[in-house]
Design a protein around this ligand. Structure first.
Ligand code: TTP
Ligand code: CA
Ligand code: CA
Length: 672
């Protein structure tokens, strides 16, 4: 069995130094790298923290429900969060309320907060579940708590050494390396000595301790007892210090807010995330470097992050196995030739627990979206405006929450999508700068966009409306070329999260555990989706139907059936983040169903993804059209000249000539 290359190389180099004197596998340089939180440092300490049954805990704390009572959070008739006492009755997200009540008659089921049509503020409405047509789910209570948790984490860590990335509504990654470095030097001052011969590649002495006190942490087992007897090296000490920090953070969250969470501590994001899910609730798992191989070899790779879906399935077919252990014998060349270079290397590393991705503390909101699918459809301008009022209030409260207004990172564009049958119309306009931005002004802008759409003629009944603001990042004034296209892409991405059917999965057979894992697909699957897209969208590449682009799978007709067969539409995706952080949606997306785009054969995991993917086609076509007519930058067309708005109408799905060439900027679009 092979070991991660970086570990291998240290083993090769060690033991070194004077005969009879055992040296560490690590060098003085590694200690320096630790101080700099270098992603290639083998002593790196990364923690992942995930709140236990998050929405359920928020409701329990809010309502003062004792810890041992079974509680679930309800959205319409479905459950979106289930606390651990309720899970012991076999209740999960797959249950609807009546099934859950059969399993546990004492279950407390609290409906999420909603905005009622026309209301200016969300609230907990006792009749929400029965009024899906006139209510819209609000995630504000969970967002607010999420922010408080983040604030506590940041308070607990030294300001100048912290690196915290919010990974979803209830998760953060922390790069503890720099702080661990400081503590290491305090406890082991010998580490501050200059290296022998001033050569930073010299091996360190072994730590001056032989036993580490792991306290109550769940330590991942080692393959045999002898491995446990091996003296601790600096990576063990570093991770132990990391674990102490994480314990303090978890205690602070519990003491100040009443929430328990679970955590994983390891040398990278991939492993720390596996660690936090390893034992729940209210536990932390330490994954020492020496236990990585053993830990992973017990895994089916199809259960690893981003390998739960189609890619994992394809790999198991290709290599006739689904275990990490077996896949370790595949060489990187083999994987590259079967999966393509990037994916091959990624899979090779992943099954070895190697991940050099950075913990990225920058919170970059790129767009915010508020949307609602209507069943029954709405039929008048006045009715639509009542929803726009809610969307405007929803978006505005999030702008305030984010401190966006103070930070002067105002959104610069506003976009309204309107769906009538299979036809989607959208209008985008600038948000005037230098004027007060508030709910009223947002509503006014949205109403203008709606008026323009309505003036087109046959627009009722309308089955979906979505309002979004964007352009936070780069001043787009006067430059609506590729930037505007990218914005549309992001909004398309965001719109998938806002307007889907949240509990479609109630009729699919995805087990909740698997579902959750697949939902966590953060980065790489987006990357795969992009690859698929570029395969499909660029005939110049040929039909490179490798494992990635996959079989054609279901057609759009299937999607429709699945959407219909799920929760009656009209739900708007609770648990579907609609702020895009670092390119990821704030909370977990909806259920995963593998679907295929009828236009380019890309495989998508959910109706929402398919929708956003098609929105991408739409945006792309729009861009093409606008480029051709050269009206994009400076010459708004007559019908959209008001406020310089852009106009578009599309009928989806629409087959047009395939776009000729993949744009360079395309790779920036996220579809995951
Ligand atoms: P998760 O962290 O996936 O789950 P959880 O916190 O409820 O439970 P666990 O203890 O296993 O971590 O999701 C966080 C919140 O996101 C969850 O409380 C509710 C919301 N969510 C949905 O609304 N729909 C979903 O399908 C999922 C997976 C989560
Ligand atoms: Ca959680
Ligand atoms: Ca989570």
């Amino acid at each position: 069995m092979s070991s991660p290359p970086h570990m291998q190389s240290f083993r090769d180099l060690s033991p070194a130094g004077a005969p009879g004197m055992k040296r560490s596998r690590f060098t003085y340089r590694h200690i320096q790298q630790l101080a700099a939180s270098s992603t290639s440092c083998p002593l790196r300490v990364i923690a992942h923290l995930d709140l236990d049954c998050f929405y359920a805990q928020v409701e329990m704390v809010r309502l003062g429900i004792p810890d041992d009572k079974p509680v679930a959070v309800q959205q319409w008739q479905g459950l979106i969060a289930v606390n651990y006492p309720a899970r012991s009755f076999g209740i999960g997200r797959h249950c609807n309320v009546s099934e859950a009540k059969k399993l546990c008659p004492d279950l407390i089921h609290q409906h999420v907060a909603t905005w009622r049509e026309g209301d200016a503020k969300w609230d907990y409405h006792p009749d929400a579940a029965a009024n899906m047509a006139t209510h819209k789910v609000s995630l504000d209570p969970y967002r607010l708590e999420s922010r408080k948790i983040l604030a506590i984490i940041k308070e607990e860590l030294p300001p100048h050494l912290q690196k915290v990335e919010k990974a979803s509504i209830d998760e953060v990654f922390m790069d503890l390396s720099a702080q661990v470095h400081t503590i290491l030097l305090e406890r082991f001052p010998e580490l501050a000595n200059p290296p022998p011969y001033d050569d930073p590649t010299e091996m360190l002495p072994m730590p001056s301790i032989t036993a580490l006190d792991w306290q109550a942490d769940a330590l991942v087992d080692l393959p045999d007892e002898n491995a446990e007897l091996e003296d601790p090296d600096w990576d063990d000490v570093a991770i132990l210090i990391g674990s102490e920090i994480v314990r303090k953070v978890r205690i602070a969250i519990k003491d100040k807010l009443g929430y328990t969470c679970s955590a994983g501590v390891a040398c990278n994001k991939l492993l720390s995330k596996l660690g936090s899910a390893y034992r729940k609730p209210n536990q932390q798992t330490v994954l020492r470097n020496r236990s990585i191989q053993h830990f992973l070899s017990d895994f089916k790779f199809t259960k690893m992050r981003n390998l739960g879906g189609k890619l994992g399935e394809q790999i198991s077919q290709m290599f006739h196995t689904d275990t990490v252990k077996d896949l370790l014998s595949a060489s990187v060349e083999q994987l590259k030739s079967k999966l393509g270079d990037d994916t091959g290397v990624w899979v090779y590393n992943t099954v070895r627990g190697i991940d050099t991705s950075e913990v990225n503390p920058r919170v970059q909101i790129k767009s915010m979206l508020s949307a609602k699918s209507f069943r029954p459809s709405i039929t008048s301008f006045e009715q639509a405006v009542r929803w726009l009022r809610i969307f405007a209030a929803d978006i505005f409260s999030r702008l305030v929450e984010e401190g966006v207004l103070e930070n002067k990172r105002r959104p610069k564009t506003i976009n309204l999508h309107h769906r009538h049958g299979t036809q989607t119309r959208s209008r985008q306009g600038p948000i005037p700068q230098g004027r007060k931005l508030d709910e009223e002004s947002l509503l006014e802008l949205a109403r203008n966009l709606l008026s323009q759409i309505v003036s087109e003629g046959q627009v009722w009944p309308c089955s979906n409306l979505s309002l979004s603001v964007g352009g936070f990042e780069d001043g787009v004034t006067g430059n609506m070329g590729i930037g505007a296209f990218l914005l549309k892409g992001e909004e398309a991405q965001a719109s998938k999260t806002g307007s889907g059917t949240a509990t479609v999965d109630s009729e699919t057979e995805i087990r909740p555990a698997e579902k959750r894992r697949r939902l966590d697909n953060g980065g790489i699957e987006r990357f795969f989706a992009k690859r698929e897209l570029s395969h499909g969208a660029n005939p110049g590449l040929g039909s490179d139907d490798t494992a990635i682009s996959g079989q054609s799978g279901q057609r759009l007709g299937t999607l429709k059936e699945e959407v219909m067969s799920g929760e009656p539409a009209g739900s708007e995706g609770v648990g579907k983040g609609d702020e895009v952080y670092n390119g990821k949606s704030e909370s977990e997306p909806g259920p995963i169903i593998t679907l295929t785009c009828s236009r380019c054969n890309a495989s998508l995991d959910s109706p929402e993804e398919l929708q956003s993917h098609q929105d991408w086609h739409f945006a792309k076509e729009l861009q093409e059209q606008e480029r051709v007519s050269q009206t994009f930058v400076n010459q708004p067309s007559a019908s959209s000249s008001r406020a310089g708005n852009q106009k578009s109408t599309s009928t989806m799905p629409k087959r047009q000539g395939r776009p000729k060439k993949v744009e360079r900027g395309q790779s920036k679009l996220k579809f995951g």
